[in-house]
Write a new protein. Structure first.
Length: 390
């Protein structure tokens, strides 16, 4: 949003310095102090500088317009709306004030009012920001989402009876114009034993997700079903919920809390996994912990990962340390229902944006396992896939 409207700051400054000619240096120093504060991200300090000047020059158009812009940058859209309306009244409907007003309405999810305001501007003259506002509102009214598929394979190292496996999956996520999204996935895997006399098995997995998605908050309900597979572990049912807080701070991009309950024929497992993502564009870092409870035992693990975006290429790497048993990653359409515990894991991957709508991705994971009798083994997994954005 801030990048979209960066041009607004230019015409605000021009308007501010061109609307009035004043001899009082305090007037111009207010703009300078505000600009310095904005450069360091201190929006409250910038607003105080402008409001102080407005106390001395009440009803000044340029100061009011500048205040509206700072409020918009601080994401105080209702306050920005009021300031832009005041600036429009003071200037007999300046185009700058009305464009800002239109965007303030759009950011409050009031596209009908915002579009009417911006169309009024475009009826008088062309404006890039007004055009983009119309595009944003039109884009919100269409169906968004993605469809992706992947093929994967695993090799087991020092495992007592598993040798390799192959899997195929397909998934989708759809977001209608309303604040709602839903998705699902299906995965089939075939596992082969080290001894040809031991039959392998086929496992099927299905997942569903649904929930509310907003500008700063997402709430989701998750479900999963596993059937076929290992006769010892058997089928299972999984239910979970997620809470995501988004754009909390300039660098604190999101906080995610996921909870789940897994039901097997021999036991049940509940888990809680909070995490936080810091964004230092183009780098993001995610740290989290997971806690599981089953029978009379509690397991805790820590995870850390990072991703880097360079043009059309995104790369990521991370790992997890600490024991987990039959962990469910419902938000990622995955259940790790092996007989062994995982002790630690490392992962890495890359995504290539081949066009505005298509992506290719590859990922690798190494998981260290331990059986109930203390035998350690490992599994190497490689996955290749493609995604299409609607």
């Amino acid at each position: 949003m801030r990048r979209t409207l960066s041009a607004l700051s230019c015409f605000v400054v021009v308007s501010c310095h061109g609307a009035h000619v004043r001899a009082d240096p305090d007037y111009y120093e207010a703009f300078e102090r505000a600009d310095k504060a904005l450069a360091s991200g201190a929006h409250d300090q910038a607003m105080r500088a402008i409001r102080t000047a407005l106390g001395k020059y009440p009803g000044d158009y340029a100061l009011t317009l500048k205040l509206a812009w700072v409020q918009f940058l601080a994401e105080h859209y209702a306050e920005a709306e009021r300031s832009y309306r005041t600036a429009s009244d003071l200037s007999d409907g300046s185009l700058d004030a009305r464009v800002g007003l239109g965007w303030s309405l759009i950011e409050q999810d009031r596209c009908d009012e915002g579009v009417r305001t911006l169309r009024g501007v475009l009826a008088e003259e062309s404006d890039e920001n007004a055009d983009h506002g119309l595009f944003v509102c039109a884009d919100r009214e269409r169906l968004h989402g993605s469809i992706w598929g992947a093929l994967g394979g695993s090799l087991y190292q020092a495992h007592p009876w598993l040798a390799r496996s192959g899997a195929a999956s397909v998934a989708f996520n759809l977001r209608p114009p309303a604040s709602f999204e839903f998705g699902g996935a299906y995965r089939i895997a075939r596992l082969a034993a080290t001894d040809m006399r031991i039959p392998g098995f086929t496992q099927h997995e299905a997942y569903l997700q649904a929930g509310y998605t907003g500008k700063h908050l997402d709430l989701g309900a998750l479900g999963g079903w596993v059937w076929g597979g290992d006769e010892v572990v058997g089928g299972s049912r999984h239910a979970g919920a997620s809470l995501r807080l988004k754009r909390i701070h300039e660098h604190l991009n999101e906080v995610l809390v996921e909870a789940y309950a897994s039901f097997y024929r021999d036991l049940w497992v509940i888990g809680l996994a909070p995490s936080a993502t810091l964004l230092f564009w183009p780098l993001s870092i995610t740290a989290g912990i997971s806690a599981q409870q089953f029978e009379a035992e509690t397991l805790v693990a820590a995870a850390l990962s990072s991703s880097l975006t360079l043009g059309s290429v995104s790369v990521w790497a991370g790992g997890k340390y600490g024991p987990e048993y039959r962990a469910a990653y419902l938000g990622q359409f995955a259940v790790f229902n092996a007989q062994e515990r995982s002790l630690w894991s490392i992962l890495a991957g890359m995504r290539l944006h081949t066009s505005a709508q298509t992506n290719l991705f590859v990922s690798y994971a190494l998981v260290r396992l331990e059986s109930s009798d203390g035998l350690k083994s490992a599994v190497h997994n490689l996955s290749l896939g493609t995604a299409f954005t609607l």
